[in-house]
Design a protein around this ligand. Structure first.
Ligand code: KIV
Length: 268
């Protein structure tokens, strides 16, 4: 299996002559087990700070910290041998260029992550530039920024009016200009995300931003029906994971109680 790299992802948007562009598939993973299941099928695995909510039961992503993200990134890298692995830089880990470089280098030195992702457009361009200058591959993230949710007072869709649409376009362009290799467009009105994807050379990865992006990402516990605290409109549930697991557990408990587990064949 050939390892997916930045050039593989770029070529999906800009195929060699005679080939058609193909969409990039991305998903989150937080451990080696799930990463190894996703690895043969998915192009790009994000160790997203969304794990703070879906795995750790916190109300938002803000309390995720470097050591937590490193722990999960190392685990994912154990399971993913083919997919491109991206480590999410947690809130407060890239406030200054010096701090960002130090923390991004920790991901490179202590795990096998292929790139880091950070949230923010124009105001974070200098940070992206500094990281790229140190040889770190960066994935940008513009539009709805979960790390700003307390500051802006909620999860707000971006691009609903001309001013907001212009701002997110400028953010995406600055991230590209600063040297990012891809950009996540989160919670952007579909027509605006389509326009940004057409204007940008680098691939765009959408989440809640319509079908016009160059690829799509979903949080795995949402799309596999494992996380049910809330379900955003953009999530498609591909598996009723929690119900299937609970059905299996009920059968297990019934077998234990009925004396049917373990059988002689399952005993030494
Ligand atoms: O943390 C995360 O999982 C993300 C994706 C939703 C893009 O940033």
């Amino acid at each position: 299996m050939k390892k997916i790299n930045l050039s593989t992802l770029y070529t999906k948007k800009h195929p060699k002559e005679g080939n058609k562009a193909t969409k990039i598939s991305a998903i989150t993973a937080y451990d080696a087990l799930f990463a190894s299941i996703f690895d043969p099928i998915i192009d790009f695995i994000l160790v997203g700070d969304s794990l703070n909510m879906s795995f750790n039961g916190k109300p938002d992503t803000l309390s995720a910290h470097m050591d937590l993200m490193l722990y999960h990134t190392k685990a994912v890298c154990q399971g993913a041998k083919r997919a491109f692995v991206v480590a999410d830089m947690p809130y407060g880990s890239y406030n200054t260029t010096k701090q960002a470089v130090k923390n991004a280098m920790r991901f490179y030195q202590e795990s096998l992550a292929d790139a880091v992702k950070l949230e923010g457009g124009m105001q974070k361009a200098h940070i992206i530039k500094a990281l790229v200058g140190e040889g770190v591959a960066v994935i940008g993230h513009v539009g709805l920024l979960p790390q700003s949710v307390r500051g802006v007072g909620g999860y707000k869709i971006v691009g609903k009016n001309a001013q907001s649409a212009q701002k997110v376009l400028e953010d995406a362009l600055s991230v590209q200009e600063a040297g990012a290799s891809l950009v996540v467009l989160e919670g952007v009105v579909a027509s605006v995300a389509t326009e940004i994807s057409a204007k940008l050379d680098i691939p765009t990865i959408g989440i809640g931003s319509g079908a016009g992006c160059d690829g799509q990402i979903l949080v795995f516990s949402d799309m596999l029906g494992l996380f049910s605290a809330f379900k955003p409109k953009f999530v498609r549930t591909y598996l009723e994971g929690a119900s299937l697991i609970q059905e299996a557990l009920k059968r297990y408990v019934a077998d234990i109680q009925g004396g049917n587990f373990p059988s002689p064949e399952e005993s030494y």
